[in-house]
Design a protein around this ligand. Structure first.
Ligand SMILES: Nc1ncnc2c1ncn2[C@@H]1O[C@H](COP(=O)(O)OP(=O)(O)OP(=O)(O)O)[C@@H](O)[C@H]1O
Ligand SMILES: [Mg+2]
Length: 384
C-alpha cells in the first residue's frame, strides 16, 4: 500500500484559538483510519478541513497526488470538487426527498448522469439492506435505517475518501453494533479509504486499521489498534483507551512504592519516558487486569499486592465492578461473580481488601505535565 492521502503541517485557528496544531496525517490507499480523542480536541475541524468545508491557515492536503489545499501556494479546491463522501452524526437526510433521491444526491451534484440511471442507487441501498425503503421519506424510517441510508449516500459516488463524523453516536447500543458491523463489512468489500471520527475507544479498535489518538489539535499516537491497546505512548493515551486505574508511584528506600507504602517492582512493567533518576511516576492499569483477594496469602507469586479498603461494588452479571481505595488511589476492578459474590455481599464500605496485578500489565509514565489527562479519564467510554 502507498500513502495516497497526506495532511502536512495543517493549522486551523479560530481567532487566537489553535484548534488544529501543525497536524501531520499520512493515510494509505484503502486504509480505515480512526481519529480518536476527547470532546473539543479538534476531530471534526480536521475532517472539515479534509472535506474543504473549512479553510485552514497553514499546511497542505493532497489526495492521490493532487493538491487539494496548499496555504503557501494559495490552492483550495472547493468541497464539491474533492470527490469525498461524508456521513455525519445527525443523519442530515433531506426530509423532503425520498430515500432514492437522498442516496442519489451526490451523483446529481457531481453530474454523474449515467450512474444515476445504471442502478448505482439501488446497489448502494442494497449494500446497507435498504433496497425496500427507496420510496419512503426519512420521517418514515427508524434511526438505524436513516443512518444506513446516510452511509449509502456517502458511498454511492465511489468517492476517493469517505469521512465519518461519529455516525453511530445517536443510535442505541444494539443498532450501533449493527451499523458498525455493516460499515466494517462494506469497507472489507469495497476497500474505500476512510477517516472515521469517534470518542469511543471500542468503536475505534473495532474499525480502525490504524488509530490516531488526538490531543489538543495534535496526533499523540498513530498505530494499529493492537499497538495502541498494548503500548500507549503516554499517560494521556493510556487513560483514554481504558487504563482507568491510576497509581501514584514514588521512589522509597527499597525501590518504587505506592503512596500507601506497598512495593511495586517495575522490572517487568512497561516503563515509558520516566527518567532514570525520577522519584515520581504514574502507573496505569485496566480494571480487567486487577484481581481481588480476601487476604495477602491468596496473591499469586510474582503479582504486585496492594492493601486497600472496599468503597463500593456493583453487580454486572458475570462479574462485579468493585471500587477500592489504596492510599489516595481509587482503583476499579472486575471481580468474577462466582468467586466473589458471597464475600462481597458480606462486606461493607471500609472493610480491608487486598488487590493484585501482574507487573507486566502495568504501564508506567512520567506524570502528565499539562494536566490533559484529567479531562479524558471520564471520557474513556467503558472497558476495552
Ligand atoms: N466555527 C467555530 N468557531 C470558533 N470555534 C470553533 C468553531 N468550531 C469549532 N470550534 C472550537 O474548536 C475546538 C475543536 O472543535 P471540534 O468540533 O473540532 O472538536 P471535536 O474534537 O470534534 O469535539 P466533539 O467530540 O465534541 O465533537 C473546540 O474548542 C471548539 O469550541
Ligand atoms: Mg466533533
Amino acid at each position: 500500500m502507498t500513502t495516497q492521502f497526506t495532511v502536512n503541517g495543517l493549522v486551523k485557528k479560530y481567532g487566537d484559538n489553535v484548534v488544529v496544531d501543525n497536524l501531520d496525517l499520512p493515510i494509505e490507499d484503502g486504509e480505515f483510519l480512526v481519529l480518536l480523542g476527547p470532546s473539543g480536541c479538534g476531530k471534526t475541524t480536521t475532517l472539515r478541513c479534509l472535506a474543504g468545508l473549512e479553510t485552514p491557515q497553514g499546511g497542505e492536503i493532497t489526495f492521490k497526488g493532487q493538491k487539494m489545499f496548499d496555504a503557501a501556494a494559495n490552492v483550495d479546491v472547493p468541497a464539491h470538487k474533492r470527490n469525498i463522501g461524508m456521513v455525519f452524526q445527525s443523519y442530515a437526510l433531506w426530509p423532503h426527498m425520498t430515500v432514492r433521491r437522498n442516496i442519489g444526491y451526490p451523483l446529481k451534484v457531481r453530474k454523474m448522469r449515467s450512474e444515476m440511471r445504471d442502478g448505482s442507487v439501488e446497489t448502494a441501498a442494497a449494500m446497507v439492506d435498504c433496497e425496500g425503503l427507496l420510496d419512503r421519506f426519512p420521517s418514515q424510517l427508524s434511526g438505524g435505517q436513516q443512518q444506513r441510508v446516510a452511509v449509502a449516500r456517502g458511498l454511492v459516488a465511489k468517492p476517493d475518501l469517505v469521512l465519518f463524523d461519529e455516525p453511530l453516536s445517536n443510535l442505541d447500543a444494539r443498532l450501533r453494533d449493527q451499523v458498525r458491523s455493516q460499515i466494517h463489512r462494506l469497507h472489507q468489500q469495497l476497500g474505500f479509504t476512510a477517516v472515521f471520527v469517534t470518542h469511543d475507544q471500542s468503536e475505534a479498535f473495532a474499525l480502525g486499521d490504524r488509530v490516531a489518538i488526538m490531543k489538543s489539535g495534535k496526533i499523540e499516537q498513530y498505530e494499529a489498534p493492537e499497538a495502541v491497546f498494548e503500548n500507549p505512548v503516554s499517560e494521556y493515551v493510556a487513560a483514554f483507551i481504558g487504563m482507568s486505574n491510576r497509581i501514584e508511584l514514588r521512589r522509597g528506600p527499597h525501590g518504587w512504592e505506592t503512596a500507601a507504602g506497598d512495593q511495586v517492582d517495575l522490572s517487568r512493567a512497561v516503563v515509558r519516558g520516566v527518567p532514570d533518576r525520577a522519584d515520581a511516576a504514574i502507573g496505569r492499569l485496566r480494571p480487567d487486569d486487577v484481581s481481588l483477594h480476601a487476604s495477602a496469602s491468596e496473591v499469586p507469586a510474582g503479582n504486585v499486592a496492594l492493601h486497600a479498603e472496599l468503597v463500593d461494588y456493583e453487580y454486572g452479571g458475570r462479574y462485579y465492578d468493585v471500587t477500592v481505595r489504596s492510599g489516595a488511589d481509587k482503583l476499579i476492578l472486575r471481580a468474577p461473580a462466582v468467586e466473589h459474590s458471597a464475600t462481597l455481599k458480606k462486606s461493607q464500605t471500609g472493610d480491608p481488601m487486598v488487590v493484585s496485578f501482574s507487573p507486566s500489565a502495568l504501564r508506567v509514565f512520567a506524570p502528565d505535565v499539562d494536566g490533559a489527562v484529567d479531562s479524558v479519564s471520564s471520557g474513556a467510554g467503558g472497558h476495552a
